[in-house]
Design a protein around this ligand. Sequence first.
Ligand code: HEM
Length: 147
Amino acid sequence: MYDLLLSIHNLVRWFFLAAALYAIFKAVMGVSGGSTYTKSDKTAGALLVAAAHTMLLLGIILWFVSPNVQAALSNMGASMKDKAVRFILIEHPLTMIIAVALIQIGRIRSKKAYADLDKHKRSLIFYALGLVLVLSRIPWNVPLIRF
Ligand code: HEM
């Protein structure tokens, strides 16, 4: 169960990163060109939110089943002093939850905006902030893909 979830969590991050770059690219184009907010912009945002929520769900389950997290929880005092353990126990999950929330807020605020330029602007700001947070706390010292 743990191995499978870890592999999927590892794999889906690529979809998440691709979706984030795509949605941000579309928003940049929209803002710089002052273009209409089209169905494809809407789809880009929806894909990003779907990928973010998938990562959130996988991550939460992973947190509860990971032997690394469980071992860390059994000795919190020592865990908090260990940078690597603290990262996987708290820093990574918390930052990612905030990032997913920002992306979700961006999508809602973009939907609520009246002018197309505002839709693009709100998407750009919130998706970019979310991506920056994710990039700041993603573990890069892991296999690119896990089987
Ligand atoms: C966009 C959001 C996220 C991305 C891009 C992401 C990315 C990753 C990556 C690349 C790994 C390493 C996988 C491996 O070792 O092969 C990982 C591990 C992990 N993630 Fe996430 N993650 C995200 C969200 C979350 C969330 C929201 C949680 C929990 C609430 C979470 C909990 C974990 C845990 C517990 C592990 C490590 C488990 C272990 O080493 O035993 N992740 N994540």
